[in-house]
Design a protein around this ligand. Structure first.
Ligand code: MF3
Ligand code: CO
Ligand code: CO
Length: 332
């Protein structure tokens, strides 16, 4: 970096990490002004910052009583890199998943009942944390690859993996709560987006269409059919409504591990040809945007936002492929 930084002003749309820096000296942006721009952005007062969600203060990690069974990553932050040899679950695992998924849905309903203007996302995290533990469960997100909280809270243009912090929800926001419990040795994963007070008509439509996308994706689950039937159904509905489908994050196989190797794209991916078979358990969790589907990740390494700042919503269920079709497991 050179003196030019003192007189030149960064553009409204910043370069990608590997693009040339905006200052024109030919160096890659990530090696040049990216660090300085991030520091400046944090220094600017709230009045002068662009509108949108900004990082807040994250409280210390919550603790889980020692009697609660923990997943392998709870202490280290690193899940073992071994994947189950099959996505088809035994009747015993399925029975345990039904109970874990029901518990996740209960934690969701209770936590969601507290969504209102003025509550902070950290307070929602505290409520959920207590409800997981009450049921004898461990909050799956806690220390998963180092994630610092027990739920994800994704507000407005945050696509997913928002970290609960001291930001109070505001009238007109939309917030996604993503809740996953580890109970009886298996994970149950669900999420839903809620309006905070009264929201604008576009946000209301976004939330409705995203819920419909999840249900259409679930209806496409049939043994003998390829996984990409799911994304085909979701993408068609989003496109008809002029909305985008986020591509960077997919649904996933789930069971004794939080995320297995099986991926469920929410757009039509011709390569996703795995055939659905009875006994498979996976999530469907479409992230739909009012604008483009391109995303960025904040410097915290987690918070994914739309690149264009448009609002985005998400709904998620854990499902079981049955002989006839599908069972939704994450219901209270
Ligand atoms: N629950 C999210 C999902 O739907 C994953 C959250 S990972 C975390 O797959 F580390 F952020 F918790
Ligand atoms: Co989830
Ligand atoms: Co998930």
């Amino acid at each position: 970096m050179n003196d030019v930084s003192a007189v030149r002003v960064p553009p409204a749309v910043l370069p990608k990490p590997n693009d040339p820096c905006w200052c024109g000296n030919g160096t890659k942006y990530k090696k040049c002004h990216r660090g300085a721009d991030a520091v400046e952005a944090r220094k600017r007062g709230p009045e002068t910052r662009s509108r949108g969600i900004r990082p807040g203060v994250i409280s210390p990690m919550r603790t889980v009583p020692s009697h609660v069974q923990r997943p392998d990553y709870a202490a280290s932050g690193r899940p073992a890199r071994v994947y189950p040899p099959t996505e088809i679950k035994t009747p015993d695992v399925i029975a345990r998943m039904r109970r874990a998924c029901k518990a996740a849905a209960e934690v969701m309903n209770i936590t969601a009942s507290h969504v209102r203007p003025g509550i902070t996302t950290d307070e929602l995290d505290a409520i959920a944390h207590e409800e997981y533990v009450k049921r004898g469960g461990y909050p799956s997100p806690l220390n998963y690859h180092g994630f610092p909280k027990s739920i994800c809270t994704s507000v407005n243009e945050v696509i997913c993996h928002g970290i609960p912090d001291n930001r109070a929800l505001e009238e007109g926001d939309i917030v996604n709560l993503d809740i996953t419990i580890f109970l009886e040795g298996v994970h149950g994963d669900c999420s839903a987006t809620y309006p905070v007070g009264t929201v604008d008509p576009d946000s209301e439509r976004l939330v409705r269409v995203t819920r419909e996308c999840l249900m259409l994706g679930i209806e496409a689950v049939k043994p003998g059919r390829p996984i990409n039937d799911i994304g085909k159904a979701i993408e068609a509905h989003a496109t008809q409504n002029g909305m985008g489908v986020v591509r960077a994050y997919c649904g996933h196989g789930i069971g004794e591990r939080f995320h297995t190797a099986l991926q469920i794209p929410h757009h039509f991916d011709p390569e996703a040809k795995t055939i659905m078979e009875p006994g498979m358990t996976f999530t469907i969790e479409p992230m739909i945007t009012l604008g483009h589907w391109h995303h960025r990740v904040w410097d915290d390494g987690w918070t994914a936002v739309t690149a264009d700042g448009s609002r985005t919503a998400q709904f998620e269920h854990t499902i079981l492929v049955t002989d006839q079709g599908v069972d939704i497991l994450t219901v209270a």
